[in-house]
Design a protein around this ligand. Structure first.
Ligand SMILES: Cc1cc2nc3c(=O)[nH]c(=O)nc-3n(C[C@H](O)[C@H](O)[C@H](O)COP(=O)(O)OP(=O)(O)OC[C@H]3O[C@@H](n4cnc5c(N)ncnc54)[C@H](O)[C@@H]3O)c2cc1C
Length: 489
């Protein structure tokens, strides 16, 4: 039997919970509503009163409207409950929203399709969760509207999350680029969120499969609506149907990246159901692949990492680049992939701290007998230089530097500083850390995350057209957007 949820402090909602033995409660014709209201008057609502009252009705959908509550046919084997807030998706944003809303006294239900919540949190940051960054700026986020993220990031900052982490005694450390990671395990962050949710009575149901979402207007002008969600909860050997109601529905289903960690397009379907447009979506923070002859170069160099500056569309990132069996990856490449479109060329500076043309001409003077590869190997390593030699100066491999013209050295220096590569594609959503694009933020309040055209419907986290750079920005967006929605639902 399901535990009966706690009642909310919110007086305006008529809080009617079913008890499984009397069936579920829904809106019902006026006379019924008045009867229930009068029975409740003057006393704190207790669902047991209804079993004592013993109200039973036969479900007559055609006659029912939005003016009252009724008990649904108890024989239909569906559990039905009312919540103030239902959050679809128990990831970073959903859990933050849940604990914030429940902390305000709202009755909150989190519906998670996977067998456990927070899978991405557990896998993030190599198991140590890069949960935020000391420096969070709007410039660290990609969105069609560059101003959209500002309000939420201001209302719930990295300092707020750090404080929460500290209150829970979680050890963390700063790595380069001001990124904050758990010292021990990402499990600490998930345990903290779970503990906060437990502490304020959030109910979490895993392994659910939502089939329909409907709106039920509560007032004639439709400014107040109630949502009904029908879903199946799968257990080991069985599945049970539920029908739940809420005043606020929060879509926190994340995005398409890494389906094995819960990536799904459900949030987009919900947006479209409510006529909220989507911006174009594609994989971000994702490795590049090559199908031309450069692929075999990458294969041979697989596992080698080099510090580079990589650029595309006037964006540059100085970080390490890693060769893989399929192409190139590493932080610099993941960052630039968010600015790359199919067909684009990226520019890689293999010697970001050196003007390579000048340096090679100078080396010719100081070490005229050296081979070019001998000079370059010191900075870039033997394996990489051996491959570059095959690509760029195979016929000059045995030439001493003195035999190179200055013009040729300048040309090679230019290649070292601005190596042009055209990836054939990305590894796609299978390995992407984020999905770029999503629910169009023009249709969402930047202060509350509520849909402008649909009262009580909220979108938070990665499902929105907001993606952060690598470095803890995506979790900070999840915390900030989840928090501001949690204050409003
Ligand atoms: C491997 C990996 C490592 C990462 N590392 C970092 C990092 O270190 N730092 C950082 O800032 N960001 C990192 N990210 C990005 C970060 O994980 C996401 O941006 C963030 O989790 C988004 O939060 P969210 O709550 O919007 O979505 P999610 O965390 O994806 O949560 C969505 C939840 O909704 C559930 N769901 C989906 N569909 C349904 C449905 N139909 N019904 C019910 N539930 C549903 C999913 O199972 C999931 O639990 C990483 C991403 C990946 C893939």
């Amino acid at each position: 039997m399901l535990p009966i949820p706690q009642t909310s402090a919110r007086p305006s909602s008529v809080s009617l919970f079913n008890r499984p033995n009397i069936g579920a409660i829904e809106r019902c014709p006026q006379e019924c509503s008045q009867l229930l209201a009068s029975k409740c008057q003057g006393s704190a609502y207790d669902s047991r009163r209804f079993s004592m009252v013993g109200l039973r009705h036969v479900f007559k959908p055609a006659k029912h409207n939005s003016t009252g509550y009724y008990l649904k046919n108890p024989d239909n084997n569906k559990d039905q409950e009312n919540y103030d807030v239902i959050i679809l998706g128990g990831g970073a944003a959903g859990l933050m929203c849940a604990l914030t809303a429940a902390g305000r006294g709202r009755r909150v239900l989190v519906l998670e399709k996977s067998n456990r919540i927070g899978k991405k949190i557990l896998m993030s940051g190599g198991g140590r969760c890069n949960f935020t960054n000391y420096s969070i700026e709007p410039e660290n986020f990609l969105c069609a509207n560059p101003h959209f993220c500002k309000s939420a990031l201001k209302r719930y900052t990295q300092w707020d999350f750090i404080k929460l982490v500290e209150e829970h005694g979680i050890a963390y450390k700063e790595r380069k680029h001001q990124q904050l990671f758990c010292k021990d395990s990402a499990k600490d962050i998930l345990a903290m969120l779970q503990h906060e949710c437990d502490g304020c009575g959030v109910r979490i149901m895993n392994q659910i499969d939502v089939s329909t979402i409907q709106t039920l207007a509560l007032s004639s002008n439709k400014t107040s609506v109630r949502y009904q969600l029908d879903f199946l909860k799968k257990d080991k050997d069985s599945a049970k149907s539920y029908s739940v109601h809420c005043e606020s529905l929060v879509v926190a289903t994340g995005a398409l990246s890494v389906p094995t960690l819960g990536g799904s397009g459900m949030g987009y379907d919900i947006a479209q159901q409510f006529s909220i447009p989507l911006t174009e979506r594609r994989a971000g923070l994702v490795p590049f692949m090559f199908t031309d002859q450069f692929k075999s170069v990458c294969e041979r160099l697989s596992g080698i990492s080099v510090e580079v500056e990589v650029s595309c569309h006037s964006q540059s990132f100085s970080e390490s680049m890693l060769f893989t069996h399929r192409g190139i990856s590493g932080p610099a490449i993941l960052q630039i992939s968010s600015y790359w479109n199919p067909g684009d060329t990226i520019s890689i500076n293999l010697l970001p701290t050196v003007e390579a043309s000048d340096w090679l001409c100078q080396s010719k003077k100081t070490n005229p007998k050296n081979l070019l590869k001998t000079v370059l190997q010191k900075s870039l390593g033997k394996a990489l230089i051996s491959e570059l030699q095959q690509l760029w100066w195979p016929d000059e491999a045995e030439k001493a530097l003195a035999e190179f013209s200055d013009q040729r050295l300048k040309q090679l220096g230019e290649q070292l500083n601005r190596w042009q590569l055209k990836p054939s594609g990305t590894e796609g959503y299978r390995t992407a850390e984020v999905t770029l694009g999503g629910v169009d933020t023009d249709y969402i309040s930047s202060r509350t995350m509520e849909a402008k055209n649909q009262a009580g419907l909220f979108f938070i986290g990665e499902v929105l057209d907001v993606s952060g750079h690598l470095g803890g920005y995506n979790f900070q967006w999840a915390w900030s957007s989840g928090y501001v929605a949690g204050l409003e639902v």
